[in-house]
Design a protein around this ligand. Sequence first.
Ligand SMILES: *Cc1c(COP(=O)(O)O)cnc(C)c1O
Length: 396
Amino acid sequence: MSITSFHPPVRTLMGPGPSDVHPRILEAMSRPTIGHLDPEFVTMMDQMKALLQYAFQTKNPLTLSVSAPGSAGMEACFVNLLEPGDKAIVCQNGVFGGRMKENVERCGATAIMVEDEWGKPVDLGKVEAAIKANPGIKLVAVVHAETSTGASSDVEAIARMAHDAGALIIVDAVTSLGGSPLKVDEWQIDAIYSGSQKCLSCTPGLSPVSFSERAVEVIKSRKNKVQSWFLDLNLVMAYWGGGVKRTYHHTAPINALYGLHEALVMLQEEGLEKSWQRHRSMHLALRAGLEAMGLSFIVPEAARLPPLNAITIPGGVDDAAVRSTLLNRYNLEIGAGLGALAGKVWRIGLMGASATPKNVLYCLSALEAVLAEQSAPIRRGVATEAAQRLLVADGY
Ligand SMILES: *Cc1c(COP(=O)(O)O)cnc(C)c1O
């Protein structure tokens, strides 16, 4: 055997995640590994909780990072809050709502679906009607930022409807945390999960979650044991419980957590509102460039999610060839369409450290060059200038 070390190419990541990881985060992850019950590590984890509470805008004591990717955070919310025989309303307007349905059913609960067209936000009237038609539901589940389409939904309004019906709300904030306005306490969200590799710009593999007091009560008073031992928050709470004695549950991914800690310190340094504004400014600049070229967004303007820009692939263009040329010649990754939108859209991510003027301009010029090569019907020579105008006006 003569396999040597793996050296990945340096890419610019502008897909649906992972996003570019800031060098400060990679440096933090290379610091010495210590024991996960080492008092120094415990101190770092207490800071992590405060940093996550800031990012989520919550005072929830049960705020922590699940030691696995966003999908595990999703599963943690469902397996802890649902029991066999429960009923849940699941809003679906893209890929991730479909995964929520899977989770509900695997808990032995019934999923009542509220479906909307992919690319549209969740229709509040339909949610209201489903709640009225189904008394006794345990919870409502909704994706705040649908990464498969780039649509953002009004989770604050849906939380209010759920609470009026005596139900809880679970929110998927994998792509919104840090990148677009999200206020867990003000919006009264009961259970929320996110991911480290989207707008927090950390490496993949960690899932920040937070649970309200109301949700904690439900978890503590379950009739049945949580079906997953690893994700049972009754056990995890004893580990991350804060301050007092921690008992061994699993070995925390120490160095990955250094990375998340650094990512959250950077978010705090920038300021949450400033980060939201930056994502919005980059989105508007990218949009100006794409529209100047003649490309169009699939999501109606009011529901557009700054971190994820889904655009229609122009007719006659070879989807896969464009993406592979961007990757191979420009080291630039953009996302393909998922599910119902496969082959129809590209998804350009502006998440965390990827949401910069440099990336916006690079993506516009590389995309323009590749589309021109394919004789796509675009206007040339105007995109980067249109984006620059907005960036300069916004002080970048
Ligand atoms: C990426 C993503 C997930 C899944 O996160 P993983 O870290 O890939 O497991 C779930 N929901 C949404 C909206 C996402 O964008």
